[in-house]
Design a protein around this ligand. Structure first.
Ligand SMILES: C[S@@+](CC[C@H](N)C(=O)[O-])C[C@H]1O[C@@H](n2cnc3c(N)ncnc32)[C@H](O)[C@@H]1O
Length: 284
């Protein structure tokens, strides 16, 4: 591609050796989300790009060739209508995780529950717990459990960013196995645990190379980790409380057997795959 003192986005794009509509969309996202430029005038060509801006887009082309996730390049992800800081220390929040939070909010509304306390186990960026706490105006307390030092750096940024919309947020820097919290004290427990098997051959290259392994892999048999987290979390759930967990599309059968005593209700994601379960303590 050729860099010029000032040129339109389309001139810059057509000078690139590798062109695709995805690349053009990435350029637009970088210019609008990272640099706050106006999309309409970029497309219309009434706004030109500076040399610095063209260099930034050029650096993205190099990163894209290496399968680098755009979200890490932007350092930002939109989740449930809020923006979350992300970097290589945390998992990139996924669409299906957003769906589980929306399902939880829907269920809470239909049951007319006043949720006062929320626990998010394995918070990563904090997207699940923070989004739920911001939506539930009755929430007085959010506890985030995240043992990874790298993830905590990103999480701290998101706590600062959203703190003014939540009554109280506390980060517990321990593994869930080490945590000691009061029994029957949370009305809502959310978790997207590391549920990929260590020997899973189907993990995408860009996920394996760039996302933290501590956020992905749950040992040889991740359903055992999920089972042990559910047992511990269940004790912490209040009598009217709800618990929502995400899991991998091929784990439902094992989880149905292992979690039978908790009467889990399974949900599919928008692609029709079994991906979440809910446990309602008031049903037991
Ligand atoms: C799949 S990621 C989910 C992150 C975030 N909740 C999301 O949905 O984007 C799992 C998270 O659990 C954390 N984690 C791993 N082992 C843990 C443990 N033993 N106790 C608590 N959290 C753990 C990881 O560091 C990671 O941030």
């Amino acid at each position: 591609m050729s860099l010029k003192e000032s040129q339109t986005l389309s001139d810059f794009f057509y000078s690139c050796e590798y062109k695709s509509s995805r690349l053009f969309n990435d350029f637009l996202t970088i210019l609008t989300d990272k640099l706050n430029k106006d999309k309409t005038s970029l497309i219309a060509g009434t706004q030109t790009l500076s040399l610095e801006e063209q260099k930034l887009l050029t650096s993205w082309i190099e990163k894209k060739k290496e399968d680098y996730p755009l979200q890490y390049f932007l350092n930002e992800v939109s989740f449930c209508d809020a923006l979350f800081y992300v970097d290589e220390g945390v998992l990139i929040p996924r669409m299906e995780t957003e769906e589980i939070v929306l399902q939880a909010l829907k269920k809470i509304k239909s049951k007319k529950l006043n949720i006062e306390s929320i626990l998010d186990i394995g918070s990563g960026s904090g997207c699940m717990g923070i989004s739920a706490a911001m939506s539930l105006k009755t929430c007085k307390e959010l506890i985030l459990i995240e043992p990874s030092d790298e993830a905590q750096k990103a999480l701290d940024k998101n706590i600062s960013r959203h703190r003014n919309k939540i009554n109280s947020i506390e980060l517990v820097s321990k593994t869930f196995e080490e945590v000691e919290l009061d029994k029957n004290s949370f009305d809502l427990i959310l978790s997207n645990p590391p549920y990929i098997a260590i020997d899973d051959p189907d993990v995408q290259n860009s996920v394996y190379v760039y996302e933290p392994h501590m956020s992905l892999f749950g040992g040889v048999e991740p359903t055992e980790l999920i089972y042990s987290w559910v047992c511990k979390a269940f004790e912490m759930l209040s009598g009217r409380g709800l618990m929502f967990f995400e899991f991998s599309h091929d784990q439902k059968e094992k989880l149905e057997i292992a979690l039978n005593k908790f009467k889990p209700i399974f949900f599919k994601d928008s692609f029709g795959k079994d991906r979440f379960f809910m446990i309602d303590k008031s049903d037991l």
